[in-house]
Design a protein around this ligand. Structure first.
Ligand code: NDP
Ligand code: 2IT
Length: 449
């Protein structure tokens, strides 16, 4: 084993020993570190500086109690978190996730991904992530408001426009950001617009932020397809999820001429051979906050299947996982390949397991890794911060144009690094190396901190 391979192995072992239960975190660290060995060989000083040992350790983690009362005056206690992973290139930046599955391992994996994703955007943002095991599903607006106010009553002391800037993720959308912003402003008694992104358009939000992750995913995929001379027109696309990322991935895919035939939630999936009726999905999910099963009741040509994993058995040309982590395991990857899928673009964070990614690569699938392909959301968050700083609002077209340029640059950067380091079609390696190099250089310049 080369010296740097064994260095990486020793750091992976250290991560495992320190937190043996943090499986998601271990997996994402493994995915990143095993692909950057060629960079470590080129810059051996990183080993001397113990750069990897530093990069896998969050700069700070806060865990706190979040007490709140429901509409029947029953008291609940949830757990809140903020993982401030790396601030070498800018203030911590990354979403908040409200979902019952949230724990420290999941948030550390998301924060670690965020560090390299944010670096890839080319914008000055460090990496963080936070959230709670609170489940907003089935809660009234008032309950969500009381929860958000209690959450912010602790979080406010750890964040700020130049310190740490949260945004949305699973279970946190415009409604939650509004309540969080209101409470922050009330406590701080200052209008720090850029303390949160994903804000409403009447109080400092950016046009295109809602659409940015889904649109950006399609821009990234299109860059790859253009490079390969493949046309998106008429391609059959399978998408999972029906939340923020999925909805705007469907919208842009349809606009580019693709036929999107599925969407899903955690209970099941819709198959509509005529193409998903996006207006209906938006009504069910964005307005009514309902379940996707409802779609089939007034779309007779469609089918609803219970269980979300079956979506990967649907025959398609392109698969865009946009729901959650580990939704494509090895079996799902095998089913996709067997059914003729040729392209996988990750809208969610780490939706493919490590063995699924290996299987895709072994079968020459064109694979767009999450930290590059879904970076459009956080990129437009950074543009929201810019607009807040200059106290101006850009038009939809201007932000969308900048998003297109950013996604094209991310693609080119990942591709160039894949080529330079000897595996031209390996965008996992290319993206990891491109993201890592900037953070590593900044950390080196700033000394042992
Ligand atoms: P939303 O909360 O808007 O939507 C999440 C969707 O995924 C829902 O359809 C939800 O179904 C489904 N889902 C959630 N958990 C599971 C699960 N365990 N199994 C199956 N389905 C599940 O979240 P987003 O659309 O914002 O986020 C989706 C993914 O994209 C996440 O991985 C997130 O980290 C990532 N992402 C989000 C960005 C953003 O800007 N919002 C930016 C970059 C990445 P149900 O209603 O049943 O829970
Ligand atoms: O995973 C992600 O990149 C996000 N949830 C968006 C984070 C942000 O700060 O906009």
């Amino acid at each position: 084993m080369s010296d740097m391979k064994s260095y990486v192995e020793s750091v992976l072992e250290l991560v495992k020993q320190r937190d043996p239960d943090q499986i998601e975190f271990q997996n994402t660290v493994k995915e990143v570190l095993t692909t950057i060995v060629p960079v470590l060989e080129k810059y051996p000083q990183y080993k001397e500086q113990k750069l990897l040992e530093r990069i896998v350790e969050p700069e700070r983690v806060v865990i706190f109690r979040v007490p709140w009362q429901d509409d029947n005056n029953v008291t609940h206690i949830n757990r809140g978190y903020r993982v401030q992973m790396n601030s070498a290139i800018g203030p911590y930046k990354g979403g908040l996730r409200f979902h019952p599955s949230v724990n420290l391992s999941i948030l550390k994996f998301l924060a670690f991904e965020q560090v390299f994703k944010n670096s890839l955007t080319g914008l000055p943002i460090g990496g963080g992530k936070g959230g709670s095991d609170f489940d907003p599903k089935g809660k009234s607006d008032n309950e969500v408001m009381r929860f958000c106010q209690s959450f912010m009553t602790e979080l406010y002391r750890h964040i700020g426009p130049h310190v740490d800037v949260p945004a949305g993720d699973i279970g946190v959308g415009g409604r939650e950001i509004g309540y969080l912003f209101g409470q922050y402003k009330r406590i701080r008694d200052a209008y720090d617009s850029a303390v949160l992104t994903g804000k409403g358009l009447t109080y400092g939000g950016s046009l295109t932020r809602t659409e940015a992750t889904g649109y950006g995913l399609l821009y990234f995929v299109k860059n790859l397809l253009d490079d390969k001379g493949i046309n998106l027109d008429g391609k059959k696309v399978v998408i999972s999820g029906s939340g923020n990322v999925a909805i705007y991935a469907i919208e842009k895919a349809q606009e580019l001429g693709a036929n999107v035939i599925t969407c899903s939630d955690s209970d099941g999936y819709i198959y509509d051979p005529h193409g998903i009726d996006l207006k209906a999905v938006k009504l069910i999910k964005e307005v009514k906050r309902g379940r996707i099963a409802e779609y089939a009741t007034n779309h007779p040509a469609s089918e609803y299947h219970e269980g979300c994993h079956g979506v990967w058995n649907v025959k398609c040309d392109i698969a865009l996982p946009c729901a959650t982590q580990s939704e494509i395991d090895l079996d799902a990857a095998k089913a996709l390949v067997a059914n003729g899928c040729k392209i996988v673009g990750e809208g969610a964070n780490m939706p493919s397991t490590l063995d699924a990614i290996e299987y895709f690569q072994a079968n020459k699938i064109l694979f767009c890794p999450a930290k590059a392909a879904n970076a459009g959301g956080v990129a437009v968050s950074a543009l929201e911060m810019s607009q807040n700083s200059e106290r101006l609002s850009w038009t939809f077209e201007e932000v969308d144009e900048r998003l297109k340029v950013i996604m094209a640059n991310i693609y080119r950067n990942a591709k160039a690094n894949a080529v330079e380091f000897g595996d031209a079609d390996n965008l996992v390696m290319g993206a990891n190396i491109a993201g890592f190099k900037k953070v590593a250089e900044a950390m080196t310049a700033q000394g042992l901190v």
